[in-house]
Write a protein that binds this ligand. Structure first.
Ligand SMILES: [Zn+2]
Length: 418
């Protein structure tokens, strides 16, 4: 039985196939894409796109796959709209030999993953499952992640493109399809050629809950605070050695404990997050992630850290400190506010699909945040993915079908309103 009889689409069989490709990216790699195995799936996608009639489907030397669903509209002024998904999976969990399992007509019981009895998906821990009673839940088998992030999005975009190709009576402008590598290691847009993609705007299909449209991300910097001390032979160090590890520990202990950290904030609060320490007696650096929805607040947080760092070294005569800030990405709302129709048309498509609209600010970044600042306004819409980067990742067959429907409707809304 099709959960969505209005659309006969192929996202499920595509998804089950794509997850069997190991496409894990690698943050320590110096190549692009970070792992060659991503190219295997990207090339496969070129073949599949050509097979459904997207004749110009091509992969470039960096790995990006672009293709076009030709326009069917008679109007001349319909903007080109893009849909983007990433093929790589997170280095945080094993992505080889993924065995997807479909739990049909789920009724609320615990789902014990077959290859690891300790891996249990429970309603209690996953309130978003509540809405899924009677649906078909897909999980991995317990040893690996599932890869719904973002192969669900990839499958949904291909299925929507196929559906549009099979239904030329649906009026829409040219639709661009883009599949990217290395999103999980922060490189998804590194060589993305916005000009060649040639769309007025795009949507990443990489969100979580049914009906979600996301136009806001964190603004993000990284900050490195480096303490320099003085090293000598420890046997003869009295009065000479200045141990920068102790200074860095003193510094970290001065950070507020009840606020301003990932573990004490949620919703619209930002944070500073020490996440890596490179330590030796002579020199120790503490790396921070700095996050806030308001870009100006990043500077406030960085100044605050610098002040604490200076207070710390003042207590350690002979030591010094330097602070370095690097920009990571910016809240895409700053761009999207200039193109209100981009988000509004997605909202309309969600409503027309009979779904309740969910709009939340993403406590992270998306490729869309970078693309928006590169000249391609790109909010994020739901793909149905849950428990990202985890062995307990899950998605429902029914939500995937709805995502395909929303993609098709976005194409239609743009045409109607042009
Ligand atoms: Zn993702």
């Amino acid at each position: 039985m099709s959960p969505n009889p209005s659309l006969k689409t192929t996202e499920l069989e595509r998804f089950l196939r794509y997850v069997t490709y190991d496409t894990q990216s690698d943050e320590n790699s110096t190549t692009y894409p970070s792992t060659a195995k991503q190219i295997v799936l990207l090339d496969r996608l070129v073949e599949e796109l050509q097979a459904i009639g997207l004749k110009d489907a091509v992969r470039d030397e960096h790995g990006y796959v672009f293709a076009t669903v030709p326009a069917t509209t008679k109007k001349a002024n319909v903007p080109v709209v893009g849909f983007i998904a990433h093929v790589d999976t997170s280095p945080e969990a094993d992505g080889a030999n993924v065995k997807p399992v479909i739990h049909r007509d789920w009724q609320g019981e615990d789902i014990v993953l077959p290859d690891d009895p300790t891996a249990v998906l429970r309603l209690r821990d996953n309130p978003m499952l509540l809405r899924q009673k009677g649906n078909d839940i897909i999980t991995a088998s317990g040893k690996t992640l599932l890869g719904a992030d973002n192969k669900a999005g990839v499958a949904e975009v291909v299925a929507a493109a196929e559906y549009l190709m099979q239904h030329p009576e649906i009026a829409h402008g040219a639709i661009r399809v883009g599949f990217t590598p290395d999103e999980e290691v922060g490189g998804g847009t590194k060589y993305f050629d916005v000009k060649k993609f040639g769309a007025f705007c795009a949507y990443t299909v990489d969100g979580e809950e049914l009906g979600e449209v996301e136009m806001e991300t964190f603004s993000a910097d990284s900050m490195t605070v480096t303490f320099e001390g003085f090293n000598t032979h420890p046997g003869f160090a009295k009065g000479k050695m200045i141990n920068s590890i102790r200074i860095a520990a003193d510094f970290v202990s001065r950070l507020p404990r009840e606020r301003l950290s990932p573990e004490t904030t949620d919703k619209r609060e930002g944070f500073v997050h020490p996440y890596v320490v490179d330590a030796a007696v002579e020199k120790t650096s503490v790396k921070f992630l700095i996050r806030d929805f308001a870009t100006a607040e990043l500077k406030t947080k960085e100044d605050f850290l610098e002040k604490i760092a200076k207070e710390t070294v003042a207590a350690w005569p002979g030591a010094s400190v330097t602070c370095k800030v690097d920009e990571s990405y910016r809240n895409m709302k700053e761009v999207l506010d200039n193109y209100p129709q981009v988000v509004e048309n997605a909202r309309e498509a969600v409503r027309r699909s009979g779904l309740q609209l969910h709009e939340a600010a993403i406590r992270g970044g998306t490729d869309g945040s970078r693309l928006s600042f590169m000249g391609l306004p790109t909010p994020n819409i739901f793909a149905g993915e849950h428990n990202f980067h985890s062995r307990l990742e899950w998605i429902s067959v029914q939500d995937m079908a709805k995502a395909v429907e929303v993609i098709v409707k976005i194409a239609q809304v743009w045409e109607e309103r042009a």
